[in-house]
Design a protein around this ligand. Structure first.
Ligand SMILES: N[C@@H](CCC(=O)N[C@@H](CS)C(=O)NCC(=O)O)C(=O)O
Length: 219
């Protein structure tokens, strides 16, 4: 199997989901770091016309959109499978992945995590407390719903890890580092235990911001 190349920026939860999936598959991959501030450059727009990350390159095949990338990886390397065979469980996986993209990221993660983690760390900016406060009602709905869907299962689709866990965990891990976690995540013991389970997986340990920054420096 030829090497997988990921164009991404250390710290991106979407990029981490791709790398964690590759780790779960035991695949050989290489990070090509995209420099922050160059997402709208002609060079990057040629890879991703919407100017985002991550982008996957494999055997001359180029692909962007994290869900499409994760499903591609699961098809091209079928073992271990990260998609349930049961139709209802597979539908649940798809649902959780869309909750990640539509509700956890848009208006919640891209506000709270941006202002609480990314802007202070990368741009030296103080958090915009008003923006964070305004995002909290939607954030509560998202975390309540994730906890409800997880229920008493070890993973979102049952006993086995799926692409849903790998997409959501990098985003939720960021929340754990914020003061908002005490209101959003901590009240849900099942979500807390799931996060601990995910953070204990070698795939997550191999793709922390620090580890991916080291890969970027070595590239
Ligand atoms: N729908 C895209 C979303 C990717 C995305 O928004 N990535 C963020 C980084 S985590 C990004 O590129 N942000 C740049 C920007 O908003 O300009 C996917 O699933 O890949």
């Amino acid at each position: 199997m030829s090497e997988f190349i990921i164009h991404s920026i250390p710290g991106s939860p979407f990029g981490r989901a791709v790398m964690a999936t590759l780790e779960e598959k035991g695949a050989r991959y290489r990070l090509v770091p995209v420099m922050p501030g160059t997402l709208k450059s002609p060079a990057h727009l040629a890879r991703h016309p919407f100017g985002r990350i991550p982008v996957l390159e494999h055997d001359g095949f180029w692909l962007y959109e994290t869900q499409a990338i994760l499903r591609y990886l699961d098809r091209v390397m079928p073992q271990p499978s990260l998609t349930p065979t049961d139709i209802n469980r597979a539908a649940r996986m798809d649902q959780v992945m869309n909750i990640n993209d539509w509700y956890l990221f848009h208006g919640v993660g891209n506000v709270i995590i941006f202002h609480r983690v990314i802007a202070p760390r990368l741009m030296g900016q103080a958090p915009d407390e008003e923006a964070i406060k305004a995002a909290m009602p939607k954030a509560h709905t998202v975390f309540n719903e994730l906890a409800r869907l997880l229920g008493d299962q070890p993973y979102f689709t049952g006993d086995a890890l799926s692409l849903a866990d790998l997409l959501v965990a990098p985003a939720v891990e960021f929340f754990k580092t914020t003061p908002e976690w005490s209101a959003l995540g901590a009240p849900h013991a099942n979500l807390v235990n799931w996060m601990t389970r995910m953070q204990g997986r070698p795939s997550m340990k191999a793709t922390t911001w620090e580890r991916v920054s080291e890969l970027a420096k070595a590239a």
